[in-house]
Ligand binder design. Structure first.
Ligand code: UD1
Ligand code: CA
Length: 440
C-alpha cells in the first residue's frame, strides 16, 4: 500500500477544440464527467488531500466535483490566468501545506488511466526513497504534440522537451511524457518557485521540475504505460468518443465477468454505476444509463432504453422498443413490446401489453402510476398518471385510463375514457376487445 500522498488535478483548461460552451472536464463518458473518472483515480490512492485546479468555468466545475465521487474531500484553487502546467502547480502549492507527502499530478482530461497503474507509479516513487520522482511515459504511435523524453548516455531520465522546443533530432524520439507524475512533495515545493518561462510558449512548464531534479542528482524513474488507451487525453470530441469506447469496454467486461450475458457488446451501452445481477441477459442495441438496478434472471432488450431510477426485480423482462424511466418492474413482470414506462411501479407478474404508455407528464409535473401484482394491461392502453390499477385488474386493448382513476382489484376497465366493464350495458364488440389481449 502507498504511503502518504496528495493529489493535484489540473482542470483549468478551456478545451477550445471541444467547440462547446461546457468546460472540457465536464463532458461525459459513460454517464459521468471526465473529471469524475479522474477523481476515482485519485480516490484509489486514498490521499490525504485532493486539490483541483479550476479556471475556465470554475463555478460549474466546482459544483460538479462537489456532487461527484469525492464529495467533501476536495479543495479548490482557482488559476485565473493559464500560464502553463508549472504555473498551475504554483497556484496549487499553498493548498498542499508544508509536508504533503508524495504529490501526484493528474490531468482532468485523462479518464482512462487505470487506478492500478497509478498505484504502480506512486509505489515506484516511494520505493526509491524520499527524494525520488516517478513519471509515466509511453511510446506513442504518433508522438505529435507530446513532450519527448530525453535520456543520458546511461539511458537514465534527463528531461522532457516540449515539442515546440525540440530540435529535429529530438522530435524523432518516440518516447513521450504523459503528464502524470508522482513527486516528492518537499522537493516539488522547493522547485516550483524556480521555474522560468523562457521557452517557445512563454509558459511555466511543470516538465522543468523533473528535469531540474534529475540535474541535481535526485532519482527520477520512468514507468512505461504499455496500454496506450490509458494515455488518452481528451482534447476534442473524437478523443471523447475514443475514451468512451475504452471505458465502455471495461464496464462491459466487468458485467460479463459477473455472469451477465451480454450478447453483443458492440451494440450495448451500459453506463458507469449500473448494477446487474448474475443470470440476466442483455440483448443487442440496448442502452442502460447510470442509476439503473437490475436483479438476476432478467431479460433486457433487444432495443431497450433503461434510464435513471429504473429497477427491474428478479426475472423481470423488458424488451423490443421499450423505454423505462424511474420505474420499478416487479419480479417476473413483463413489458416486452413498444412501451413507455415513466414513473410506474409495476407489481410482480403483471403483464404490460404491447404499445402501453404510462403518460406520466402533464406538461408541468411528473406523476406516478401504481399497478398491483398479477394485473393485465391490454395492448395499447394509455394510463394518464397519477393513477392506481389494482392487483389482478385488467384493462382492455386501447383503453385510456384517465387521470386520477382508480381501477379496483380484479376489475376490468375498457374504452375511452376507460370505465368499469359492466357486460349488460356495453356492446358485445367492446367486451370482445377487452378479452382478446391475453397473449401480449
Ligand atoms: C503537457 C506536458 C507535455 C505532455 C502533455 C501530455 C508540460 C509543459 N507539458 O503538455 O510534456 O506530453 O502534457 O498531455 O507540462 N492546465 C492548467 N493550467 C494551465 C495549463 C494547463 O490547468 O495553465 C491543464 C490543462 O487544462 C490540461 C493539462 O493541464 O488538462 C495539460 O495542459 P496542456 O496545455 O494540454 O499541456 P500540453 O501542452 O499538452
Ligand atoms: Ca500547452
Amino acid at each position: 500500500m502507498t504511503r502518504r500522498a496528495s493529489v493535484v488535478i489540473l482542470a483549468a483548461g478551456q478545451g477550445t477544440r471541444m467547440k462547446s460552451a461546457l468546460p472540457k472536464v465536464l463532458h461525459e463518458v459513460c454517464g459521468r464527467s471526465l473529471l469524475d473518472w479522474v477523481l476515482d483515480q485519485a480516490l484509489a490512492l486514498d490521499p490525504e488531500r485532493i486539490v483541483v485546479v479550476v479556471g475556465h468555468g470554475a463555478d460549474r466545475v466546482r459544483a460538479s466535483v462537489e456532487a461527484g465521487p469525492a464529495t467533501g474531500r476536495v479543495s479548490f484553487v482557482e488559476q485565473t490566468e493559464r500560464k502553463g502546467t508549472g504555473h498551475a502547480l504554483q497556484v496549487a502549492a499553498p493548498a498542499l501545506g508544508d509536508d504533503p507527502g508524495t504529490v501526484v499530478v493528474l490531468y482532468g482530461d485523462m479518464p482512462a488511466l487505470r487506478p492500478t497503474s497509478l498505484q504502480v507509479l506512486v509505489e515506484t516513487a516511494q520505493e526509491n526513497g524520499d527524494e525520488a520522482t516517478a513519471l509515466f511515459t509511453a511510446v506513442a504511435d504518433d508522438p505529435r504534440g507530446f513532450g519527448r523524453i530525453l535520456r543520458d548516455e546511461e539511458g537514465d531520465f534527463a528531461g522532457v522537451r516540449e515539442e515546440r522546443d525540440c530540435s529535429d533530432e529530438e522530435r524523432a524520439i518516440p518516447e513521450v511524457n504523459t503528464g502524470v507524475y508522482a513527486f516528492p512533495g518537499k522537493l516539488l515545493l522547493e522547485a516550483l518557485p524556480k521555474l522560468r518561462c523562457d521557452n517557445a510558449q512563454g509558459e511555466y512548464y511543470l516538465t522543468d521540475v523533473p528535469m531540474m531534479l534529475a540535474a541535481a542528482g535526485k532519482p527520477v524513474e520512468t514507468v512505461l504505460l504499455e496500454d496506450l488507451d490509458e494515455t488518452i487525453g481528451v482534447n476534442d470530441l473524437g478523443h471523447l468518443a475514443e475514451a468512451r469506447w475504452v471505458l465502455q469496454l471495461r464496464i462491459l467486461e466487468e458485467h460479463l465477468a459477473n455472469g451477465v450475458a451480454i450478447e453483443d457488446p458492440a451494440t450495448t451501452f451500459i453506463d458507469h454505476g449500473v448494477e446487474i445481477g448474475a443470470g440476466t441477459r442483455v440483448l443487442p442495441c440496448t442502452v442502460i444509463r447510470s442509476g439503473v438496478v437490475i436483479a438476476g434472471g432478467c431479460e433486457v432488450g433487444p432495443f431497450t432504453h433503461l434510464r435513471a431510477g429504473t429497477v427491474l426485480e428478479e426475472g423481470a423482462e423488458v424488451g423490443n422498443f421499450t423505454e423505462c424511466k424511474k420505474s420499478v418492474v416487479g419480479a417476473h413482470a413483463k413489458a416486452k413490446h413498444l412501451s413507455y414506462l415513466g414513473d410506474a411501479r409495476i407489481g410482480a407478474r403483471t403483464n404490460v401489453g404491447a404499445g402501453t404508455i404510462f403518460a406520466n407528464y402533464d406538461g408541468t409535473a411528473k406523476h406516478v402510476t401504481e399497478v398491483g401484482e398479477d394485473a393485465f394491461i391490454g395492448s395499447g392502453t394509455i394510463i394518464v398518471a397519477p393513477n392506481t390499477i389494482g392487483r389482478g385488474a385488467t384493462t382492455g386493448a386501447g383503453a385510456v385510463v384517465t387521470r386520477g382513476a382508480t381501477v379496483g382489484d380484479g376489475e376490468t376497465w375498457v374504452g375511452l375514457p376507460a370505465r368499469k366493464h359492466a357486460p349488460s350495458k356495453i356492446s358485445a364488440a367492446a367486451s370482445k376487445v377487452a378479452g382478446d389481449e391475453r397473449d401480449a
